[in-house]
Design a protein. Sequence first.
Length: 306
Amino acid sequence: MPLRLPDRLPAIELLKKENIFVMDATRAHSQDIRPLRIAILNLMPLKVTTETDLIRLLSNTPLQMEINFMKLRSHTPKNTPIEHMMMFYKDFATLSREKFDGMIITGAPVETLEYEDVSYWDEISQIFEWAKSHVTSTLYICWAAQAGLYYHYGIPKYPLKKKMFGIFPQYTLDSQLPIFRGFDDVFMMPHSRHTELRRADIVANSALTLIAESAESGVSMVMARGGREFFVTGHLEYSPDTLDKEYRRDVALGRDDVDLPKNYYRDDDPAKEPVVRWRAHANLLFSNWINYYVYQETPYNINEIG
């Protein structure tokens, strides 16, 4: 079954070219079915790119989903046309009156700031709190994972001397968890960040379960509240060329704290194409999350959530 997306969303035509089945709202309203309602708080600078990456993964399921894009009143994106934001996004103040089966909160380019120094910290703290009672399961990605763990559980972040940058092997710590159904014992995950979480802080908190980690990139996945919250420090949603674009941008800026992304380019040669090592597990993660922690847990009457 397809995703229900806003009419004229750019991702629709992009994904149709990949033979991914998506449906605009006009056509979807003709079907008599209760779709899963998914909210996406997109904090990434390039909104259309992130929208497309996430929709591509969410489409890999037989369930129909209605996607709602959320934006902050306290922050105006610099890299996305205001017309796009006005057409496809709604303020948290508007969506806060509703309930959702699932929610995704993306990373953001603010990780070197203290949380309280982020201009929209007050508003995003309200969203974190709201999600506890208005969303069946929330998936926090990269900076959002760090911020969510800090807000909900007091877990600190630590600066890295060098950017964690590349594709790193991750180890599942409980293969029986439904989120890992179909996973290999080791899976690859893209990382792109300047800060880290530490294992000792996670395992010391009885409310948290460390479920995947890496000898190189550290804490990668944490679960809380029986799967109502997942915190993923990497970017399984990334497209094949995302790290390449980041690397070339940083080189052009003359940054000296970024090395060649590890395990990414063929023969470690940036003149050659990237080798995609994470796509299959990315699809599994998102489909398992939707199936086992959203669809099978959410009530049919959405107003009963929370």
